[in-house]
Design a protein around this ligand. Structure first.
Ligand code: ADP
Ligand code: MG
Length: 514
């Protein structure tokens, strides 16, 4: 800075340096020459670290890596002509890696009418870090560098705000959760986009809470430590080849991931893509779900969603089993409800489990429960009867609830409700479907009316009814029902309409529906 008596003057180089510093740019790599030497000197003066390199290409690689590591772009300072041409390799590499970078080139003199060029820095920094990160080039004419400017005429733009955080559309978040939940062999692929997004904490939570295996890409390594028990890095090829659902967290389906195509993947593998760049979605494959947004924010959305998610069979039976008295009668019927229930609900006494039996009959449950309750009352007062019904199975003899209430038998009816026989639809899908025609023509025959309040059947006759959607509600209502043996109760347990059983080890088992 100097003064010509009337005004304080500052060089163009100093203005450039100060503009960068104001944008929180802290590292500059380069090779000086005419006319950029003054910019390097000015940078050091305002507190930007300057690292002189031996080739602009390496300088540019270094500056882009600083951008990846810190989230603020590094600067690569080059002279015009060969300097800029050498830097092109680094710019291309930064763009391919989606890393922020600012290249400043000094070009020949030009007549300048405005100071507009100095306004380029806020824009350059912004466009290098907003959206998909990448390289930006700012050209500084030689006459700018040594221009003397009145200090009062300069206005530095405030440091641009951190990139706005965008979240995915909520219906896509919901769909992704459902696809992951129903996956038999899910796999998370963690790329350098997840690393850049600093999403390590939320992704780790997702991995651990949902017990998901993960595979890091080369630079995605370390987002979750390689020695984490869910890391399948050692079996990379197999993990990719046998996954039926793959969630891509900031990793592109390029050559590193074999383009997402067979034979390295199942031909019908479902991809869920999480990326900040809309243009990337649908590259090479047709994804099952696309989540456009910041990885950290989207992962948190999935975590929040998981809490309110419909339960599946295993969650439901796990919570029932926890509270079942050892000596209770277990009556059960339904398709998945009976099959999966049998594997989780324990029996400790002979003749204490009654189900659809040899004939595979639906509608036997309430009669069996009534009989069990009468026998228990006569022989072993206080012994409880739990009747676990699918929503379809319950329908076959639902009116026997009146009988149960008339004789005041304290049976606990659990209706595991998936809105259908085998599988049903959620309310939204059901409504959407009815836009296309009458239910008799468009509704799949296995659908039952979604969100049916079967607990009101019990309430209608004076018993207790509960409508539950979360594990907490299930635990609480079951505890109350077991504690109050003066009245029968019905707990209507809403589960994921598309929930199914886990993958069978024996392929021939999956063919049976019963
Ligand atoms: P890898 O080489 O590890 O597979 P890629 O470079 O192919 O990773 O993919 C990184 C992806 O991450 C890019 O598509 C980029 O758009 C995306 N990305 C970068 N930052 C974010 C972010 N904050 N949120 C979401 N996606 C991001
Ligand atoms: Mg059902």
């Amino acid at each position: 800075e100097r003064s010509d008596g009337r005004e304080r003057l500052v060089s163009g180089a100093k203005v450039v340096a100060q503009a960068l510093k104001t944008q929180d740019v802290n590292y500059m790599f380069g090779i000086v020459g005419i006319p950029v030497t003054e910019i390097a000197l000015a940078a050091q003066e305002v507190g930007i670290r300057y690292i002189g390199m031996r080739n602009e290409q390496a300088a540019c690689y270094a500056a882009s890596a600083v951008g990846y590591l810190t989230g603020r772009p590094g600067v690569c300072l080059v002279v015009s002509g060969p300097g800029l041409i050498h830097a092109l390799g680094g710019m291309a590499n930064a763009n391919m890696n989606c890393w922020p970078l600012i290249v400043i080139g000094g070009s020949s003199e030009r007549s300048q009418e405005t100071m507009g060029a100095f306004q380029e820095f806020p824009q350059a920094v912004r466009s290098s870090i907003y959206g998909r990160p990448g390289a930006c080039y700012v050209d500084i004419p030689a006459d700018f560098v040594n221009l003397q400017v009145n200090v009062n005429a300069i206005r530095y733009m405030e440091c641009c705000m951190p990139p706005p955080v965008s979240m995915a559309e909520s219906s896509a978040v919901c769909m992704a959760a459902s696809v992951i939940r129903n996956a038999k062999q899910p796999l998370l692929v963690i790329g350098k986009g997840a690393a850049y997004a600093r999403a390590e904490e939320s992704i780790r939570k997702l991995v651990e809470q949902c017990k998901l295996p993960f595979l890091p890409t080369p630079m995605g390594k370390g987002v979750i430590p390689d020695n984490h028990p869910n890391c399948v890095g050692a079996a990379r090829s197999r993990a990719l080849q046998f996954a039926d659902v793959i969630v891509l967290f900031g990793a592109r389906l390029n050559w590193i991931l074999h383009f997402g195509l067979p034979p390295r993947y199942q031909p019908d593998v479902k991809f869920i893509q999480v990326d900040i760049c809309a243009e990337e979605l649908g590259n090479n494959v047709r994804p099952a779900v696309t989540l456009l947004g910041d990885i950290n924010a989207v992962t948190k959305q999935e975590l929040a969603f998981k809490k309110s998610l419909p339960m599946n069979y295993y969650t439901v039976f796990y919570h029932i089993q926890e509270q079942l008295p050892r000596d209770c009668f277990v009556v059960s019927e339904g398709a998945n409800t009976m099959d999966i229930g049998r594997t989780v609900l324990q029996n400790y006494l002979p003749r204490h489990r009654l189900d659809a039996g040899t004939f595979g009959t639906m509608g036997v449950g309430l009669g069996f429960a009534i009989a069990s309750a009468l026998v228990a009352k006569d022989r072993n007062p206080g012994q409880q009867v739990i009747c676990v019904e699918g929503d379809s199975a319950f329908g076959f003899s639902g009116m026997e609830v009146e009988t149960i209430c008339r004789y005041n038998l304290p049976i606990i009816l659990l209706v595991v409700n998936n809105n259908g026989i085998y599988q049903g639809f959620d309310t939204d899908t059901w409504k959407e479907m009815l836009k296309f025609g009458d239910a008799t023509t468009v509704a799949p025959p296995m659908c039952l009316l979604p969100h049916s309040h079967y607990e009101h059947v019990m309430i209608a006759f004076g018993g207790k009814g509960y409508f539950v959607q979360t594990p907490e509600e299930l635990q609480k209502s079951l505890r109350q029902s077991l504690a109050d043996t003066t009245k029968p109760s019905l707990i209507n347990i809403m589960i994921e309409p598309q929930a199914t059983r886990k993958a069978q080890d024996f392929h021939w088992l999956t063919r049976s529906n019963m």
